[in-house]
Design a protein around this ligand. Structure first.
Ligand code: CMP
Length: 415
């Protein structure tokens, strides 16, 4: 692991340890002096690491006084002081109160985000959930210990340390995430003030958790959400413009088809930011089902397929739609992914019916003549277009590609 990452991990572990141990220490669990001093030295080490990490950021320098005047550095400098040792040397005893300053170190738990940013293979949800699941228990624990230190309010105190702690955690959790149930209440003024403070922090915590959970839920099915929004907009549009019932139901059928079969149709725009090679490999995997259907592609060179896939343009035709008619200028080749297309002569006589994996429109591209026949979609057709310029570039780069279509054309013309 990279040195900075290791130091960050040390800082996070230190923050966690300080956040859990110090509050317990402050509510009365006093360890032997030697252990106390060791722990304090550990806090100093963590603080020193945090200062080092601060200056390792770009544009920060040990030589610039302004960078030393940073609030974070000041707080870490306080933690850097060996407070227990100092108290022991001066007063010959431990002074609990002063140790609370070391709690400032716990704020570095937030470095978990920077730490995780260096891992590229986690699902996006992990980047949101891990910081919440690490920070929330720590906050609950600190608040619970604070509540115990103030007398635990109306919770029974003489029930043992574990019972007291569990009740305090319960109070802390309910107060931080809601406004509490009111079964454990503040009695003294200091408890009331503490409750107010925790409730204010709780508003932020509650809002943070709620917004994260809401965002996670909506993201978990973003495609469906997008589809539903589109349907709502189209439905309102059709109602406003008094579209006839039949046309409405055909429009709905189109959206339904798109949703069922082409959830990822818009996904191509997501790939645009990627380097060409990665895009080509992803398209190759995404279009596996097309490649499976076309015998010629099944055995073709992977480089040629990747090149071809990156040039294909997806298009959907609805039943009865004319794709082109005889005599039109021919500007692209069509590959049927799913659906049925009928080829009709200029007199309207059916010549052929083409299904999944078939190509059509090659003649106009190879001969530079207008379309020799018409093409009509019989069912919903999921088709991929290859424009003339792309056809030429693939055919020039891979002669087998051109030869294949010339053979098909000869067979069809003969038939
Ligand atoms: P093109 O001439 O560009 O446009 C019409 C298309 O129909 C043509 O290319 C061929 O792809 C296709 N076509 C023509 N005749 C036949 C046939 N007999 N069988 C299958 N497809 C055909």
């Amino acid at each position: 692991m990279h040195v900075i990452q290791s130091l960050r991990l040390f800082s996070i572990a230190g923050a966690f340890l300080v956040g859990f141990w110090l509050p317990i220490r402050l509510i009365g669990f006093v360890p032997p002096m030697a252990l106390e001093i060791c722990f304090d030295l550990l806090v100093s080490l963590v603080a020193g690491t945090n200062i080092y990490l601060h200056f390792r950021q770009p544009f920060r320098s040990y030589r610039k006084p302004a960078d030393w005047l940073h609030v974070g550095v000041m707080l870490d400098l306080i933690c850097l002081l060996p407070l227990s040792l100092f108290a022991f040397l001066v007063f010959d005893t431990t002074v609990s109160g002063i140790l609370i300053l070391n709690l400032l170190c716990a704020r570095h738990i937030r470095q978990i985000k920077d730490f995780m940013d260096h891992f590229d293979s986690f699902p996006p949800m992990t980047y949101r959930l891990v910081p919440i699941f690490l920070t929330l228990p720590l906050l609950v624990h600190v608040v619970a210990c604070g509540w115990i230190a103030l007398g635990s309010g109306s919770a029974v105190l003489d029930s043992g340390a574990v019972d007291t702690y569990i009740k305090a955690v319960y109070w802390s959790f309910t107060t931080l995430t809601t406004v509490g149930y009111g079964d454990i209440v503040a009695r003294t003024n200091s408890q009331m003030l503490f409750s107010c403070m925790v409730q204010v922090i709780g508003v932020g915590v509650f809002g943070f958790i709620l917004s994260n959970v809401a965002s996670l839920l909506s993201r978990s099915d973003a495609n469906r959400e997008h589809h539903m929004n589109n349907l709502d907009k189209v439905e309102t549009f059709m109602r406003t413009h008094h579209i006839p019932f039949d046309l409405r139901s055909r429009t709905r059928a189109y959206y339904h088809y798109m949703w069922i079969n082409k959830k990822g149709h818009q996904d191509r725009s997501l790939l645009e930011d990627l380097p060409a090679k990665l895009q080509a490999e992803l398209l190759f995997v995404m279009n596996r089902s097309i490649i499976e259907k076309v015998p010629f592609l099944k055995h073709a060179d992977q480089e040629m397929i990747e090149d071809l896939m990156s040039k294909l343009e997806p298009r959907v035709f609805v039943p009865g739609e004319k794709i082109f008619k005889a005599g039109d200028p021919g500007d692209c080749l069509y590959l049927i992914h799913t659906g049925t297309v009928q080829i009709l002569s200029s007199e309207g006589v059916a010549i052929a019916q083409l299904g999944d994996g078939a190509f059509f429109g090659e003649m106009a591209l190879l001969t530079d003549k207008p379309r020799s026949a018409s093409a009509v979609a019989v069912t919903f057709c999921d088709v991929h277009l290859l424009h003339r310029s792309s056809f030429e570039s693939v055919a020039n780069a891979y002669p087998a590609f051109r030869t294949h279509f010339e053979q098909i054309m000869r067979l069809r013309s003969a038939g």
